[in-house]
Design a protein around this ligand. Structure first.
Ligand SMILES: O=C([C@H](O)CO)[C@H](O)[C@H](O)COP(=O)(O)O
Length: 219
C-alpha cells in the first residue's frame, strides 16, 4: 500500500489562520515537519500569493496546496503548481475528466496530485481512480465530521485493500493522543492541523508527533 521503508512524513496543515500566523507556525515547527499544507480556507482568503511566499521562504519543504479541486481540473492544478506547490489536492467525487486533466498537468510539471477521499465509502472508486493514474490519496475525516465525534482512525484503511504503490496520507483530528490508531497502518504521511496549530505549544506538539512517527519507523 505504501512505501513502508521510508520515514512517515509529518504534514502541518494550516487552516483557519491568518497570513502571519501561518508563517510563525512553520518557523516554530520547522525541525519537525516535512510538508507544509496551505489549507483550503487559507487559500480562499489569501489566494496564490501565500503559496508563492511560503515556497520562497521554505523552499526545501514539500508544499501542499489543499485546493480541494472538484472541477476545472487543469486550470486549478496549474494555478497551484505555478504558484510553487509540489502537491495539489483534487476531490475523489470529481469527474474522471477533472481528475485526468489535473493528473496530466501535474505529470507535465513533474509534480503530484493527491486525491482527497473525504466521504468515499466504496473501494471501487479508489481502484477506478488508481486505474486512471492516481498514485497518491488522503484518507480524510473532515472538520464537520470531527464535530460529530469522528476522527481519522484505522477503519478507513480498508478502502486501500489490494492496492500497491500508492502513497497514502491520513488526516482529520489527529494529535499526539490518537496517532496510535493510524500508525500501525504505516501511512506515508500523517497530516496534523489543529493538533499542532491549536495546541499551547505548537513546537513541542510537532516535535512529540515527529518522535512518535520516527519510533514507528524503527519497529
Ligand atoms: O483538510 C482539512 C480540513 O478539510 C479542513 O479544511 C484539514 O487540513 C485536515 O483535516 C487536517 O486538519 P485537522 O483535522 O485540524 O488535523
Amino acid at each position: 500500500m505504501s512505501y513502508k521503508n521510508q520515514e512517515i512524513q509529518l504534514q502541518l496543515a494550516l487552516d483557519r489562520l491568518d497570513w502571519d500566523t501561518c508563517f510563525t507556525l512553520v518557523e516554530q515547527t520547522f525541525d519537525a515537519i516535512h510538508r507544509i499544507e496551505i489549507g483550503t480556507g487559507v487559500i480562499k482568503e489569501y489566494g496564490m500569493p501565500i503559496l508563492r511566499e511560503m515556497k520562497r521562504r521554505f523552499p526545501d519543504k514539500v508544499l501542499v496546496a489543499d485546493m480541494k479541486t472538484c472541477d476545472a481540473g487543469a486550470h486549478e492544478t496549474r494555478q497551484a503548481l505555478d504558484a510553487g506547490a509540489d502537491v495539489t489536492t483534487v476531490m475523489a467525487f470529481a469527474s474522471n475528466s477533472t481528475l485526468l486533466q489535473a493528473l496530466d498537468v501535474a505529470a507535465k510539471m513533474n509534480r503530484e496530485v493527491m486525491v482527497d477521499l473525504l466521504e468515499v465509502k466504496d473501494s471501487h472508486r479508489v481502484k477506478d481512480m488508481v486505474q486512471q493514474g492516481v498514485t497518491s490519496v488522503s484518507l480524510h475525516r473532515g472538520k464537520d465530521q470531527q464535530s460529530q465525534g469522528e476522527t481519522a482512525d484505522a477503519t478507513s484503511f480498508h478502502l486501500l485493500d489490494g492496492l500497491t504503490n500508492i502513497r497514502v496520507a491520513v488526516a482529520g483530528g489527529l494529535h499526539v493522543g490518537n496517532l496510535h490508531a493510524v500508525i500501525p497502518h504505516h501511512p506515508d504521511t500523517v497530516i496534523v492541523g489543529s493538533g499542532i496549530t491549536g495546541s499551547e505549544n505548537p513546537a513541542q506538539a510537532a516535535a512529540e508527533i515527529k518522535r512518535r512517527l520516527k519510533d514507528a519507523n524503527h519497529r
